[in-house]
Structure formats: C-alpha cells, structure tokens
Design a protein around this ligand. Structure first.
Ligand code: FAD
Length: 288
C-alpha cells in the first residue's frame, strides 16, 4: 500500500515519526533499536516515518533498515531523505536501496544547512529533489511544511509560495513542523488552501515530556509558545512525572481540537518513546 490510499476515505490518520538513535555519535546497532520499533508498531499507526541524519555516512542505510523492519511487521513505512549535502549519485544510490527494499514512500527534504558541512551543488531546495524523484518514478513523495513559516523564510506567504512549488513538483502529502498553538495551524490551512494547495496536510504534534526537549525544540524550529503552554511547563518543570503527564495532556488537547476541526491527520513526533505514544493513542483512538 502507498500513502495516497490512506487519505482516500477522509478519516484522519495518526502517524508516528521515529529516528535512528545514536550513542557517542555512532548509530546504535539495528537489532537493539527493533524492540522499540516493535512497541510502536503494536500501536498500529497509519504509518511510521524514519528520519535521515544530515551528513552522509551510513545514515541512509540505517533509515532504510528501520523502514524495512517496520514494513516487515505490517505497518507502512516512510523514509526521510535530505538532499542539500548529497550529489545526484548519492541520491540515486539511496533511491536504488529504497526501491530494492520495497520502500515506496519518501519524505523529500532539503535538510538543514550546517556550518561544518558545505552544501553540494546538485540540490539547493527540496522542490528540486521532489522533481528528481518524480522524474524517476516509482515513489509516493511527501514534503515538509511550516505552519509558522520556515525559520529561513522572510515571511509565511513567501514560504507558502515555495511550498506550492513542492506540490507542483510532485509532493502528494505534507507533514507539518511541530507547533503548540493550533490557531497557527488553522491559519496556515486557510492560507495554503487559498494558494491552491489541495494535498492532505498532517499536523505535527510533539508531546513535550521533559524540560531539555522544550529548549532544544524551540531553538531549532522557532515554534511559538502560547502562554498556556509556558505556564504549564513552568509550573511542573521540577517534577518530571508531572511534567510528562502535563506534556501528554497538552498534546492530547491539541489533537482533540485538530480532529474536531477536520484535520487530515496527525503526525506524532514520538522521540522513540512508546510509553508516550501509547498514552496518546489510548486517549484519541475513539476519535479517529
Ligand atoms: P525547502 O522546502 O527547500 O525550504 C527551505 C527554505 O528555502 C524555506 O525557507 C523556503 O521558503 C526556501 N525556499 C524554497 N524554495 C525556494 C526557492 N526556489 N527560492 C528561494 N527560497 C526557497 N531534517 C533532517 O536533516 N532529517 C530529517 O529526517 C528531517 N525530517 C523532517 C521532517 C519534518 C516533518 C519537518 C517539518 C522537517 C524535517 N527536517 C529534517 C528538517 C528540514 O530538513 C529543515 O527544516 C530544512 O531546513 C528545510 O527542509 P525543507 O525540505 O522544508 O526545505
């Protein structure tokens, strides 16, 4: 099954994102990662997407290996793929590996431009990677979107113009950056519709379960923090269990409102935490 089938019946999807974990900068052997993946698979999400680390190395094979494992357990998997640090030959090699592994779904990204890795020249933007994969054929392509605008974009309207280029190039589904203020997502949805973007948009939700995570996420993606969220986190920051429960409750409240407002789907940034993912699934499964 490929991704487009999922959205045909208009029921909201609930999907997960996982990442290939590292210890001391080195990928943990796959067989040690699989038990966590199996716990997430047992929650029966619509699909699981697997991130791709910037900077090459064996990252793509690890992403592909986890996707293969998830698919072998009967859940649809999607491989993230970034392009800014890759030449066409690198991308061809990864696409060959995904194809021979039977992984048909790709989240095509530019990737972050990091100071110690000079970008290669073949791809400057995700839209170019999307066109490249589209021309090759054989994959369902998804892309990233940013309800509050991408951090490098001059403004949201310009960013949405570039988003439309990704859809026109062949992206059939979008997954949003995390956000904590649903009103930002609803406004974004109106703007994308007005811009002629008609593909399903999944809302990215990050259950914040510890203090370090909040600081890191906000510095990376620039999501705004509503007063309600900041007050809740500040109130419980010295009580890890309460902070975790409050973070889960906040995410569940966001999801309930999103589903009530007819969202196409919700993509949970699980941080490879099956306990948190299960608590959320248990709370919202009857709404799907
Ligand atoms: P693009 O769509 O290319 O946009 C990047 C910037 O360029 C934007 O500001 C856009 O407005 C601008 N732009 C686009 N086209 C043009 C143009 N023609 N002219 C001028 N400006 C233009 N990163 C990873 O390294 N690995 C992952 O696995 C990963 N997974 C992600 C999953 C999701 C759901 C999201 C939301 C992000 C993920 N990222 C990941 C982060 C992502 O790589 C960064 O946000 C990156 O900086 C932008 O990627 P993009 O594909 O959105 O880029």
């Amino acid at each position: 099954m490929i991704m487009s089938e999922l959205f045909k019946d208009k029921k909201p999807t609930l999907s997960f994102e996982v990442f290939p974990p590292k210890k001391d900068g080195v990928h943990i052997p796959l067989e040690k990662v699989f038990p966590t993946m199996d716990e997430l698979v047992s929650l029966n999400p619509s699909f699981i997407s697997v991130t791709y680390g910037a900077g090459g190395g064996k990252g793509d094979s690890v992403t592909c290996g986890i996707c293969r494992h998830i698919a072998s357990k009967g859940v649809l998997s999607m491989a993230h793929l970034t392009c800014v640090n890759s030449a066409k030959e690198d991308i061809d090699r990864i696409l060959d590996e995904l194809e021979s592994s039977g992984i048909e779904n790709i989240l095509a990204l530019r990737g972050d431009i990091v100071p110690n890795i000079p970008p290669k020249k073949d791809f400057s933007y995700a839209s170019q990677l999307i066109s490249y994969i589209s021309e090759r054929g054989g994959f369902h392509i998804s892309a990233a979107c940013y309800p509050e605008g991408h951090i490098n974009a001059p403004d949201l309207v310009t960013d949405i113009r570039h988003l439309k280029e990704k859809v026109d190039a062949g992206a059939e589904h979008l997954i949003s950056q995390l956000f904590f203020d649903n009103s930002a997502f609803f406004r974004f949805r109106e703007l994308t519709a007005a811009a002629g973007i008609n593909v399903p948009i999944e809302a990215g939700i990050m259950p914040v379960v510890n203090k370090k995570q909040i600081e890191r996420m906000v510095s990376i993606c620039g999501a705004s923090l509503p007063a309600k969220f900041s007050h809740t986190m500040a109130r419980f920051e010295n009580n890890p269990e309460a902070l975790r429960d409050a973070g889960i409750a906040y995410a569940v409240n966001q999801i309930v409102e999103l589903i009530a407002e007819g969202v196409d789907g919700v993509h949970i940034y699980t941080m490879n935490n099956p306990y948190v993912a299960k608590r959320i699934c248990d709370s919202v499964s009857s709404l799907l």
